[in-house]
Design a protein around this ligand. Structure first.
Ligand code: PXP
Length: 242
């Protein structure tokens, strides 16, 4: 069975919109685990736009399943990862202006840096996953630099509009998963997966884990909204004088 790692970044996005402490992504992690998530993912970005250093440190304390720290191969964040020691780091390219991670890593162009990063993480017992496009060359390079896992970027598939384009992207993911499996790498997939497009991804052999954030947090707002309104109405009714 494929396991589900839940990305809680956007609970932090909502919290940060008001600069206070609610909703707390650490509490979200515990609820996700109670509901059956097999891992918690957070992305400590250079600009700290959602997850903050405090969140990561508390997540390390409380997460009981598996803590996957998404991060750029950036010196400051590498030092934080080595200090906090999550179970897994997923290395992504990061651009300051992007809304979300826009593409897979160029592993070949960053070969030396990534090889060194894998070694540093392994010395601390941290597994390394590289976020790559479904491209054989990048997967082979991931193996060469010493990664344990690749996370296949499903963003192009998720963005495909026509059936032809979707099928083309699915076939690329299928071939990439087979190639990565053959190379001895563990395989995850993620980005842009929702309650519809995840179905076909689950049918790809050898994918073991999915990393999903936005669609789950978005659905949580809707499936929880009616209850939240009722709770507030009840408080108003109980406390109203007239
Ligand atoms: N995997 C990686 C490497 C990501 O960068 C992201 C976005 O933070 C995700 C998975 C989750 O993507 P989404 O929020 O679209 O589900």
């Amino acid at each position: 069975m494929i396991t589900l790692n839940v990305n809680i970044d956007h609970i932090a996005t909502i919290r940060n919109a008001r600069g206070g402490s609610e909703p707390d992504p650490v509490a979200a992690a515990l609820i996700a685990e109670l509901a059956g998530a097999t891992g918690i993912v957070c992305h400590l970005r250079e600009d700290r736009r959602h997850i903050k250093d405090r969140d990561l440190r508390l997540l390390k304390e409380v997460v009981q399943t598996k803590l996957d720290l998404e991060m750029a191969a950036n010196e400051e964040i590498i030092q934080i990862a080595l200090d906090v020691v999550p179970d897994l780091v997923t290395i992504v390219p990061e651009k300051r202006q992007e809304l979300t991670t826009e593409g897979g890593l160029d592993v070949r162009a960053n070969r030396n840096k990534l090889r060194e990063l894998c070694k540093q993480m392994h010395d601390k017992g941290i597994e390394v996953s590289l976020f790559v496009d479904p491209n054989e060359m990048q997967i082979e390079e991931s193996y060469i630099v010493g990664a344990d896992m690749v996370e296949l970027h499903t963003g192009e598939y998720a963005n495909a509009i026509t059936e032809k384009d979707k099928n083309e992207q699915l076939n690329m993911l299928l071939a990439a998963a087979a190639f990565a499996h053959h190379s001895g790498l563990k395989i995850a997939a993620g980005h842009g997966l929702n309650y519809v497009n995840t179905q076909a991804i689950c049918k790809i052999p050898n994918i073991k884990e999915l990393s999903i954030g936005h669609s789950i947090i978005a659905r949580a707002a809707f499936v929880g909204l009616a209850r939240a309104v009722k709770d507030m109405l009840q408080i108003i009714q109980i406390n109203s004088k007239t």
